[in-house]
Write a protein that binds this ligand. Structure first.
Ligand code: SF4
Length: 103
């Protein structure tokens, strides 16, 4: 049996026969759709080092988008560079047309 579960707003979890097979946070940031695969994130923090105004660690040491982002200091190119720097491609970004712009 397949279960699609949404919790904590935008966390999408997919269970197949009781086993978690997909665990993704999705959030809109300044018109971009940002998805973080919580199973892939290994918590080295490269994205946070490069975009500390947007990313932070949660209590499980997994990168998440901050609750509040100061859009006045948000720079899209720097942000996309930070997303592309993820060593395990845990961060996927789509633009407003649904085109993938990172990684
Ligand atoms: S760079 Fe990738 S692996 Fe490292 S903390 Fe960020 S999302 Fe996780």
């Amino acid at each position: 049996m397949i279960n699609q579960i949404y919790k904590e707003g935008k966390r999408q979890q997919l269970e197949v026969e009781g086993r978690l097979v997909s665990n993704i946070d999705e959030q809109r940031v300044n018109g971009l759709t940002v998805k973080i695969d919580r199973d892939l994130c290994v918590g080295f923090g490269d994205c946070i080092d490069l975009a500390e105004t947007v990313f932070e660690f949660d209590e499980e040491n997994i990168a998440v988008i901050k609750e509040e982002i100061d859009i006045k200091v948000f720079d899209e190119e720097s942000f996309l560079e930070a997303c592309r720097a993820c060593p395990v491609d845990a961060i996927t970004v789509l633009d407003g047309n649904g085109e993938q712009v990172a990684p």
